[in-house]
Design a protein around this ligand. Structure first.
Ligand SMILES: [Zn+2]
Length: 265
């Protein structure tokens, strides 16, 4: 042990300029862990008092030096996902607390959203409702909760993104453009089929994205729309049945003129 202590001390002295030859082997190892834990890291975006932004914590076990990932890495991953999701500006405005529930249908919608998050059974979610019914609010809150749990989410504003994708359907990089919508862990399509009449191009695009996601059971799709399931059935039965099947009961309808909360305030 004496000998090991001397060897380790010389190594540490050479590397760190500290004379540790007088320390026991265990003390020298612990000193090394302490030195590592006192070093400032270079990670940005979140200031961690535990690892000083290195992302790992050194520790000694059975006389050996190990490192473990710091808890802040989960937060860093989540923040990174929020940044990439396209939802960052909405996440602060939309919370469960800020969703007003003076009426029973609002309470029911909120309860269903909470239940959806609690279930975590890989189901899709369809939130149908008129303008101002709060469907975007609740869907955004759900996406925010998923992002906090480090689940990847991508925001798709149907009206804008679908126009861009349809315009590029014959472009050489079309596959590259559409791939993220097909493969992201959670796709949130806001205002699905909104804007004028639904064309064959809209249906083709929706089917291309949703059928790919339908066949991969690991992928979750969250849709907010003014259309109900019967209306979607009229537009395209194959599409509607796929959505309905993957929603496993989470087709939440909060529609109706009397439920237009935004117009009342
Ligand atoms: Zn940390």
């Amino acid at each position: 042990m004496e000998e090991l202590s001397g060897i380790l001390g010389r190594i540490l002295k050479a590397r760190h300029g500290t004379d540790l030859t007088s320390l026991s082997f265990e003390d020298a190892i612990q000193r090394k862990a302490d030195q590592l834990n006192a070093t400032d890291g270079t990670l940005t975006g979140f200031s961690c008092p535990v690892c000083h932004n290195r992302g790992f914590v050194a520790f000694v076990k059975d006389g050996n030096l190990y490192s473990r990932e710091c808890e802040c890495m989960r937060t860093r991953r989540s923040l990174n996902l929020i940044e990439k999701s396209g939802l960052k500006p909405s996440l602060e405005a939309y919370t469960f607390e800020s969703f007003q529930t003076p009426e029973r249908w609002q309470e029911e919608a909120k309860r269903a959203a909470v239940q959806y998050l609690t279930d975590k059974n890989g189901a899709w979610l369809l939130m149908s409702g008129t303008v101002g019914s709060g469907k975007t609010h609740l869907c955004t809150v759900i996406c925010g909760e998923l992002l906090k749990s480090c689940v990847e989410v991508r925001y798709m504003k149907w009206r804008d993104d679908s126009v861009r994708l349809k315009a590029n359907v014959n472009a050489p990089d079309y596959e590259k453009l559409i791939r993220p919508y097909k493969t992201v862990k959670t796709l949130y399509i806001d205002d699905f089929f909104k804007g004028g009449s639904v064309t064959a191009g809209d249906i083709n695009l929706a089917f291309e994205i949703l059928n790919t996601r339908y066949t991969d059971k690991n992928l979750i799709t969250i849709l907010s729309t003014e259309k109900t399931i019967p209306q979607l059935m009229e537009i395209d039965a194959a599409l509607a049945t796929r959505i309905y099947e993957r929603c496993k009961g989470y087709c939440i309808c909060i529609s109706g003129e009397s439920k237009n909360w935004r117009l009342r305030t």
